[in-house]
Write a protein that binds this ligand. Structure first.
Ligand code: GAL
Length: 848
């Protein structure tokens, strides 16, 4: 009996557990709907801060840290595009491994307790090669991208369905208990729809309907798509979206792309968007009724390999984002926005549950007050004046507002945050160079340990020619983007009686190209290099050339630098040579444009996979004691140790010319230390006033990109195979690894600064926060002073007034901690010191 009773009890337990877990599973399914004010998740209104992190722009080993840093920055949602061309390299052949392991990425977000916005596209723009659409689709007969075109719609639906089903299988939609709360179809098609005429309109409607038919159980969005049909939500992309109006009064105001910085192009300047202005834009959006906001990008990352679009987009996609390319929080931007997010979250209830009252406080000053009878009240007070500070009266209290700023008052009384007052810590980051350390052992028996090996390609056709024809072909139609490179060769006969052979006046070469770049060789010698500018790829150029009497071998290496990523009919934008002429010969102009050209797609070294650590493919390598310098068309290889430490790593390629780099067969990307113009940079950026990408540039006259991120997880302790293909010549002896190291952490705050810790309002209690990056701890203090310290980070000095115990107090609170908060209270400091003087706390710390 006893045993039967026990079994029964167990049975009941199981039934009970089953019911419990069943209810838990049912409860876990989240119902995502919306109304005019916000998204509503399980009946609860939500105010959401989202952060774009594109999974293939970092590596799986970095994903958990990036997501964690976003969460610590006060972010609720991660947003990513889906990168079709990475997932379907050839029709029906799918890849979801490594950096393209989308389910793994989503799971990491889910495990962090965060939500996800999945922008499936599958067109994405994103400064990504071909806007994310596989190049092969352009060659499926009859295909026109992004219009009412059957083959395009077929493949787009096929891929969208594949992704949706994959997410469903993992129960990733909120409707299934997963993190995905919104999905996007298409991307900013509204700008281009009219260019496609009737087909454009029909395509928009088709895309929306196709998306809805996927039955994800969560809402769909389309950004910058004013005619998106109900229930698909049209969302805003811009530097500012406070004035944005959803297409239907039933829909919430969603900002899918707030650009906290901007991307870079090889040969361009380095754009920066000040943290004050980013915060201002975000605060204005929430002031004016916004409820979902996404930073594009929160972590930009790296365009590894040949994934960058453009053309000419750099390998770095740092974006001046709150988390830098290497995964470290960017201060003060990350910290300032974290404070902003806290302030906004303190207002969440009042914002979402009350209608705002607009109060004019001056010609360019206004408050939006969200208040109800129960006493819940939050106010945002903005000063739109982009030059002057202004003091306003609000509910009988006076508030001084810096120019172009928003103050946030979660109780309609106390300012907890002003967008123009940055108190976040700042960090000094050094790139510490490390000589390449030749490994003493090699991973493969055929690879020589230490030293350099090289392989020099021939200028022109290697192996069998691919084809010969009169005149020029389109570069992209020929390579189909399987490589950047296309060789063109022909010959030119020069009569021995040509004047220039005697007088030394070299003939001139005149070249026209649809883009992107080329190197011109005569008789194996590099004569000239040229490329398009900015994102405009067509170019022409002229240069003197050396020709000899008799037959001259002409070889032109034409290159693409990332395919077009956006625009109407962008897939038809071609590249490559259109005209080659010589002037200065006795027959006048010699036009080779329609002569017979012989073509070869790609490089020999690519064909042999010389970049792979796999020894079988390395038969061509030759050991050298010193790697040759300034030698075009050269493959370089070194077997090296990993740089010491665990900081993020970069490769310094500033002494090289142009080419591609790999580590252990992983594609680092295109390198090109192409210099930015020497003008239109700023010494200091004035955050006030509307931002545009040219407003706050740095890097004039400097290479746009010098450092190339090499993820730590690609390294082994030793025996790493570093390979470069150099097109035009450089000095490989100058290549260094660099460790991205934080050298100083500084923060200062004055006692009148309003502050709040976690979610509590601390009236008139300023506080200072310190945080070390990536598993490091506060190890020492170089400077601490409560009183009237002077100077700036790394040059702070004690002022007339100084609390001698401030150092020991701060050490007690912070030493050996990864982060700490120090409040400027009587308990902590001698606040009675120097009466009548405004005191502040300044610290400089090191992390290790
Ligand atoms: C948007 C586009 C994004 C990205 C951004 C600029 O127009 O939707 O994909 O290209 O511009 O970084």
């Amino acid at each position: 009996m006893a045993s039967v009773g026990c079994t029964l009890l167990l049975c009941w337990c199981f039934v009970g557990l089953y019911i419990l877990s069943y209810t838990a599973a049912a409860a876990a399914a989240n119902n995502v709907t919306y109304d005019s004010r916000s998204l509503i998740i399980n009946g609860e209104r939500k105010l959401l801060i989202s952060a774009a992190i594109h999974y293939p722009r970092s590596v799986p080993a970095m994903w958990p840290g990036l997501v964690k840093a976003a969460k610590e920055g006060g972010v609720d949602v991660i947003e990513t595009y889906v990168f079709w061309n990475g997932h379907e390299p050839s029709p029906g052949n799918y890849y979801f491994g490594g950096r393209y392991d989308l389910p793994k990425f989503v799971k990491i977000v889910q495990d962090a307790g965060m939500l996800l916005i999945l922008r499936i596209g599958p067109f994405v723009a994103a400064e990504w090669n071909f806007g994310g659409i596989p190049v092969w689709l352009h060659y499926v007969p009859g295909t026109v991208f992004r219009t009412d075109n059957e083959p395009f719609k077929h493949y787009m639906q096929n891929f969208t369905t594949l992704i949706v089903n994959m997410m469903k299988k993992e129960k990733f939609f909120a409707s299934q208990g997963g993190p995905i709360i919104l999905s996007q179809v298409e991307n900013e098609y509204g700008y281009y729809e009219t260019a496609y005429g009737e087909g454009g309109k029909a395509y928009t409607q088709w895309a929306a309907k196709m998306a809805l038919s996927q039955n994800t159980g969560v809402p769909w969005i389309m950004c910058q798509q004013w005619d998106a049909p109900d229930p698909v939500i049209n969302t805003c992309n811009s530097f500012y979206c406070d004035d944005f109006k959803p297409s239907y009064p039933t829909m919430p105001k969603i900002w899918t792309e707030n650009w906290p910085g901007w991307f870079k192009t090889f040969g361009g300047r380095d754009p920066h968007r000040p943290a004050e202005d980013v915060a201002y834009a975000v605060a204005r959006f929430f002031q004016k009724g916004g409820s979902v906001h996404n930073y594009y990008m929160y972590h930009g990352g790296t365009n590894f390999g040949r994934t960058s679009g453009g053309p000419f987009i750099t390998t770095s996609y740092d974006y001046d984002a709150p988390i830098d390319e290497y995964g470290l929080p960017r201060f003060p931007k990350w910290g300032h926005l974290k404070e902003l997010h806290r302030a906004i979250k303190l207002c969440e209830h009042a914002l979402l549950n009350n209608k705002p009252t607009l109060v004019h406080l001056g010609s360019q000053q206004e408050a939006d007050v969200y208040e109800d009878e129960s006493g819940s009240c939050a106010a945002f007070i903005a000063n739109l004046d982009d030059k002057n500070e202004k003091t306003v009266q609000f509910r009988n209290v006076s508030y001084t507002l810096p120019a172009w700023s928003v103050s946030i008052l979660p109780d309609c009384k106390n300012v907890v945050f002003n967008t123009a007052k940055v108190v976040s810590q700042i960090a000094t980051i050094d790139m510490v160079p490390e000589q390449l350390q030749p490994s003493t052992s090699s991973p493969h028996k055929d690879l020589k340990a230490g030293g350099w090996e090289i392989y020099v390609e021939k200028a022109g056709i290697w192996g069998e020619a691919d084809f010969t024809r009169s005149g020029f072909v389109d570069h992209i139609n020929t390579t189909k983007d399987t490589t950047d490179y296309l060789w063109h060769t022909t010959s030119l006969f020069v009569d021995k009686n040509e004047e220039f052979l005697k007088n030394g006046n070299k003939p001139r070469l005149f070249i026209e190209s649809k883009g992107h770049a080329l190197h011109f060789f005569v008789n194996g010698i590099l004569q000239a290099s040229a490329s398009g500018n900015g994102t405009v790829s067509p170019f022409n150029f002229t240069s003197p050339v050396s020709l000899k009497a008799g037959k001259n071998e002409i070889a032109i290496l034409s290159m693409t630098v990332g395919l077009q990523n956006a625009g109407s009919f962008y897939e038809w934008v071609g590249a490559g040579l259109t005209s080659v002429k010589f002037k200065g010969l006795k027959d006048g102009t010699v036009d080779l444009s329609n002569t017979t050209w012989t073509y070869k797609i790609g490089l020999e070294g690519e064909h042999l996979s010389l970049y792979n650590a796999d020894a079988l493919n390395n038969v061509k390598w030759k050991s050298v004691s010193e790697p040759p310098k300034n030698q075009p068309l050269t493959w370089y290889k070194a077997i090296v140790d990993a740089p010491p430490g665990n900081e993020p790593v970069a490769l310094d390629m500033v002494h090289m010319g142009k080419g591609l780099a790999w580590l252990n067969g992983e594609q680092i990307g295109r390198y090109w230390p192409r210099k930015a113009p020497t003008d239109k940079c700023v010494k200091a950026c004035d955050y006030r006033g509307k931002f545009n990408p040219d407003k706050c540039n740095t890097g004039c006259g400097e290479p746009t990109q010098r450092w190339y991120h090499v993820p730590r997880s690609w390294f082994k302790p030793s025996g790493n195979v570093l390979v470069m293909f150099e097109e035009k010549g450089g000095d490989p002896t100058q290549i260094r690894f660099l460790r991205r190291k934080l050298s100083a952490l500084c923060a200062h705050v004055s006692e009148d600064h309003p502050s709040f810790v976690t979610n509590n309002l601390h009236k008139n209690k300023a506080s200072l926060e310190l945080k070390c990056p990536m598993n490091t701890y506060i190890s020492a203090f170089k400077f601490v002073s409560y009183g009237t310290p002077t100077g700036t980070c790394q040059s702070y000095a004690i002022g007339d007034c100084h609390d001698p115990d401030s150092r020991s107090l701060v050490q007690k609170l912070c030493l050996n901690k990864s982060e700490c908060i120090v409040e400027l209270t009587e308990k902590n400091f001698k606040t009675e010191l120097c009466p009548g003087m405004m005191k502040k706390l300044a610290v400089e710390a090191t992390c290790s």
